[in-house]
Design a protein around this ligand. Sequence first.
Ligand SMILES: NC(=O)c1ccc[n+]([C@@H]2O[C@H](COP(=O)([O-])OP(=O)(O)OC[C@H]3O[C@@H](n4cnc5c(N)ncnc54)[C@H](O)[C@@H]3O)[C@@H](O)[C@H]2O)c1
Length: 415
Amino acid sequence: MRIGIIGLGYVGLPLAVAFGEAGCEVVGLDVDQGKVDQLNAGRSYIEDIPDAALAPLAGKLRATTDYDEMAECDAVIICVPTPLSDAREPDLSYMIESAEPLAKVLRAGQLVVLESTTYPGTTRDRLLPILETSGLTAGSDFHLAFSPERIDPGRTDYTVKTTPKLVGGVTEASTEAARKLYAEICDTVVVLSTPEAAELSKLLENIFRSVNIALVNELAQLCDRLEIDVWEVIDAASTKPFGFMRFDPGPGMGGHCLPVDPFYLAFRARQLDFYPEFIELAGKVNQAQPGFCVERIERALNAVRKPVNGSRVLVLGVSYKGGVGDVRESPALKIVGRLQDLGAEVAYHDSFVPELPGHGLSCVDLEAGLAECDIAAIVTAHPDVDYDHVVATAPLTIDFRGVTRGNDADNLIRL
Ligand SMILES: NC(=O)c1ccc[n+]([C@@H]2O[C@H](COP(=O)([O-])OP(=O)(O)OC[C@H]3O[C@@H](n4cnc5c(N)ncnc54)[C@H](O)[C@@H]3O)[C@@H](O)[C@H]2O)c1
């Protein structure tokens, strides 16, 4: 089977590798010539895909910027970004810009699958009409389905193969074509009745996380006032073997998905004159969390008679989660920006993120940063940092991730 994958990012590249490893011929397409060149030279730019994983696929997996090559594929999977516009509404421009050239080369018998996270109705109402400008009819001449990507960058216990895959096609035949495709690489394929159900399932998964993270973030703010250790409370509740699922508080939500996806559903709901308060409230609480963290830094400095203006703050970890270099929607960016606005001299250390051009900063050496700071703020915990050493070296440390639990040092404050 020959598979075309449009968009070779955090989602598309691991998928391309999985199909390559399953013995398929894979043609990856990206508008980013740099990514295409790197892949064709056998170099990966995604943390979870080492170069060694690409080496055995030489000859089976190649990259291109040319949509004509999609005509030769049995299945084409779209994995392009679905961000928010400036007005915080769904921005489907990447999907549209990939679907239009695809429609020009679409041929009978092909299967097209959308994997990008989006609101219910996108596949049928937005993608299908563009593809049908080819003159072909979806569901009969060509197949069309939605199958949400569930990848969690940095996770190793579940892979593309072992994470069940959802599929929903515009007709039963399309669903069956999608099921067969993913059975090549996934142990379990779950069939849904429609693309809309598959689109909404993905949003439910992410909104479930968003709501629960908001709950514990709000609890952390309350615990601050109650002078109760939120981590102790969560550890205790987590001993219940049923009816409770652990979520940890932190500096706020980041990444391409969690801060964005609730807005996709809220947008669709508003079109139907429905206002999903739960979802929007969770977004609001999580968006406010970086501001709360800045306030905690100010209070920590105040306690040692230092104003934030002119204080040297070392931010540890600026990507949105540990072990990855993705800074999209990272709460660290809000924290750094707000501290800079308040006049703090901000430096950061993050071995996964060499530069923060938007803030005029480059990663500093950890030891040098610790030696020069007034306070170290653990915003994102990476596996390569010894946090007990941080606490022992910095004059003051504030931990927004709970990685210093068990350390009772006097110069340490936790969320
Ligand atoms: N990153 C995750 O953890 C994750 C998990 C599940 C779902 N998703 C969803 O998957 C989708 C893709 O996310 P991602 O993290 O892989 O994004 P990404 O930015 O890492 O990759 C997207 C790629 O698409 C390319 N692209 C943009 N426009 C294009 C076009 N017109 N033609 C061809 N290529 C184009 C970009 O150059 C980029 O390489 C999004 O909808 C996202 O919500 C992401």
